[in-house]
Design a protein around this ligand. Structure first.
Ligand code: NAD
Ligand code: DAU
Length: 332
């Protein structure tokens, strides 16, 4: 099977490539990635290069996309501008990549009648109160808050329209917050781990009471494969592993696992429009497709992630000063 993986040099996409080449000997992968600040050849260096090709290019490039889609059996679409804080500072690239890029891919899969899996986020549903007994489900109405989540919501709606109107064989998954190896250090967990490893105090936005529903990236990718293998084209799934934690608790755990005092962190400026809580009800995925997460203890998954950042300083160290300088300008 020939798979086109967009955004395969980013965090979740590169883990998908490693996971797939490790577990599926029949698969060959072409990665299409623009190698923006968030993508890196180094994230794919450890993969079996005989079954992998990396094409540097953009998903809005209709000619390139048409050729690559024609030449594959399946497209798994991870490419995106993915960071909320960046979307607040400069929304334009989010519209280009997330909306126009997804549109370009949809037109190509429509022309060539290819199977398409669209990787999306729980943020399209907005946020929940801390005490809300409801969690996000496949039927929850869209209500995005940030420029990032609004462009991801737009891309989901394009996919839904192409399914209904043109009969495109697509599926969509909306996953909660991922953690694991190869995550860019602008994101919460790797930022705090690499802060501590660099002698910098962790930075908590606002009071730190916002809740995210953490899932290990390999569990996310196993769920993506369950959908590709067993879901009906045209169907949607929530992906989450019952991993709700507030940000303060996550920082406390990072500090404990790295042997620092519990109060060794700073409160910094909050994110404008900061979503309060995300929580996923993955009953449909579990019951229909039989998926179960393998990383059920957040502490163990976090400990393994800390070990990865400790062992792979060469991967993140060159980025650290610039990322922290950018945050410092925002008082974060
Ligand atoms: P990331 O920012 O780490 O990686 C994105 C990749 O896309 C990078 O390699 C980048 O170079 C590439 N890219 C960006 N613009 C491109 C373009 N125009 N053309 C081609 N390539 C381009 O993101 P991530 O965290 O790995 O997220 C991957 C996908 O999963 C995104 O669609 C995101 O919305 C979704 N998602 C992420 C999470 C999470 O917690 N990180 C959770 C749910 C869903
Ligand atoms: O829910 C899925 C989404 O999770 C994905 O769609 C996004 O691509 C991904 O970036 C992530 O979005 P968040 O905004 O939730 O992730 P982030 O890592 O930026 O922040 C997680 C929480 O931590 C959030 O409440 C903000 C807070 N935070 C973040 C940073 C970078 C801090 O308190 N301090 C920080 O330094």
């Amino acid at each position: 099977m020939k798979i086109l993986v967009t955004g395969g040099a980013g965090f979740i996409g590169s883990n998908f490539v490693h996971y797939t080449l490790r577990t599926r000997p029949e698969c060959r992968i072409t990665v299409l990635d623009a190698l923006t600040y968030a993508g890196s050849r180094a994230s794919l260096a450890a993969a079996d290069q005989t079954r992998l090709e990396l094409i540097e290019g953009r998903i809005e490039d209709a000619t390139l996309v048409d050729r690559l889609v024609a030449d594959c059996d399946l497209v798994v679409h991870f490419a995106a501008e993915s960071h909320n804080d960046n979307s607040i500072a400069n929304p334009a690239p989010f519209v280009t990549t997330n909306v126009v890029g997804t549109f370009t891919l949809l037109e190509a899969v429509r022309r060539h009648d290819r199977r398409f899996h669209h990787v999306s986020t729980d943020e399209v549903f907005g946020d929940l109160e801390l005490d809300d007994p409801e969690r996000f489900r496949e039927t929850t109405p869209y209500n995005p808050s940030s420029p990032y989540s609004a462009t991801k919501a737009s891309s989901d709606l394009l996919v839904k329209a192409w399914i209904r109107t043109f009969g495109v064989k697509a599926t969509i998954s909306n996953c909660s917050n991922n953690y694991g190896p190869y995550q860019h250090i602008e994101k919460f967990i790797p930022r705090q781990i690499t802060n501590v490893l660099s002698g910098i105090k962790p930075k908590l936005y606002g009071a730190g009471l916002n809740v995210r529903d953490w899932i290990h990236v390999d569990d996310h990718n196993a769920a993506v494969w369950a959908i590709i293998d067993r879901a009906k084209p045209g169907s949607y799934y929530m992906i989450g592993a019952d991993g709700e934690e507030n940000n303060k608790t996550v920082v406390a755990l990072v500090l404990e696992l790295l042997g620092k005092p519990a109060d060794w962190f700073d409160h910094v400026n909050d994110r404008p429009g900061h979503d309060l809580r995300y929580a996923i009800d993955a009953t449909k995925l579990r019951t229909e497709l039989g998926w179960e997460p393998r990383y059920t203890t957040f502490r163990d998954g976090l400990d393994a992630t800390i070990a990865w950042y400790r062992d792979n300083e060469a991967w993140w160290q060159p980025l650290k000063a610039e990322v922290e300088a950018r945050y410092a300008r925002q008082g974060q």
